[in-house]
Design a protein around this ligand. Structure first.
Ligand SMILES: NC(=O)c1ccc[n+]([C@@H]2O[C@H](COP(=O)([O-])OP(=O)(O)OC[C@H]3O[C@@H](n4cnc5c(N)ncnc54)[C@H](O)[C@@H]3O)[C@@H](O)[C@H]2O)c1
Length: 276
């Protein structure tokens, strides 16, 4: 098990939900944490909570869909703490609707944050983590990265991309005998603010969202389901464990894997797709 005391971690989407849980867990383990988020007030509140508890933290307002902003985040982290050991590409948003009616702007907004965010993060931070001599990159995908459920096409595409990105990265790092390891977090239902994703969406982008009855129904069902979901503070320790023990898959609801197995078995059996 790796000793992470004194390591520096950067967590995106750290102002709320799963990212805030990671920041709490990492500081509890003796790491210095850079909290990045697009939403200023909760970012300030989370940073103050951790600073008041005596932890070394830095808050950097960041839009992960901007390469320049991610570069500025890295520069701020190095300026303050001198190095970076851990990156968690966690910031994310969601929008619902059948693929046929999903607007191009819904695709762009979702992919810019959920997929390009982790791509920019890996590109910018990997050299820094390698320079630090040891470390880890985790990205938050979803069970939607392993299963393509209905009414969530753009999100499914982004999260399948994140799973592929991290699996590719983990292999490439291993082949290169890099001191950096990688993992992917695939949460099931977690009780967070993800169902209120549009709170951070620019008005001009939101104006191009296409409402559909199916999307509305799905979002209501998701809102109900997540309100009974796992406490996000339970997820941070799972990611911390992956950082320490070099585990690739971080699954909050491993019981959901049976659906993935069923889906894969259908490929060989009758090439059908289970609809759920
Ligand atoms: N909650 C779930 O059930 C669930 C399940 C699977 C995957 N996930 C994933 O977990 C991650 C965290 O989401 P959460 O559930 O904690 O939701 P959340 O809304 O509570 O937290 C997401 C955070 O990301 C921030 N964010 C949004 N856009 C951003 C941007 N452009 N740049 C920087 N920060 C931005 C938000 O301000 C927020 O603080 C996301 O990637 C999400 O897709 C969540």
């Amino acid at each position: 098990m790796r000793d992470v005391t004194g390591w520096v971690a950067v967590v995106t989407g750290a102002a709320s939900g799963i990212g805030r849980g990671m920041a709490r867990s990492f500081t509890g383990a003796g790491m210095k944490v850079v909290l990045a988020d697009i939403e200023q007030a909760p970012l300030d509140a989370t940073t103050a909570e951790l600073a008041d508890a005596g932890h070394e933290v830095l808050s950097v307002p960041t839009d992960v869909s901007s390469l320049e902003a991610v570069e500025a985040l890295a520069a701020s982290a190095v300026e303050r703490f001198g190095k970076v050991n851990v990156l968690c590409n966690n910031a994310g948003v969601g929008t619902a609707g059948p693929v046929q009616q999903t607007s191009l702007e819904d695709w762009r907004w979702t992919l810019a944050i959920d997929l390009w965010g982790p791509i920019y993060g890996c590109k910018v931070f990997l050299p820094l983590i390698e320079e630090a001599g040891e470390g880890h990159v985790n990205s938050t995908a979803s069970m939607a990265g392993l299963l393509a459920g209905g009414s969530l096409g753009a999100y499914n595409v982004a999260k399948h991309g994140v799973v592929a990105l991290m699996a590719s990265l983990a292999r490439d790092l291993r082949i290169a005998k890099s001191p950096v390891t990688a993992s992917v977090l695939c949460p099931g239902p977690i009780n967070t603010n993800i169902v209120r994703s549009e709170r951070n969406r620019p008005a001009e982008s939101l104006a191009e969202h296409v409402d559909t009855p199916q999307g509305e129904r799905f979002w209501q069902m998701l809102t109900d389901s997540l309100s009974h979901g796992m406490n996000p503070d339970e997820v941070g320790p799972m990611v911390l464990d992956a950082v320490r023990t070099d585990k690739f898959w971080v699954l909050t609801h491993p019981d959901m894997l049976s659906i993935v197995v069923d889906q894969v078995e259908r490929i060989g059996r009758d090439q059908s797709l289970r609809v759920f």
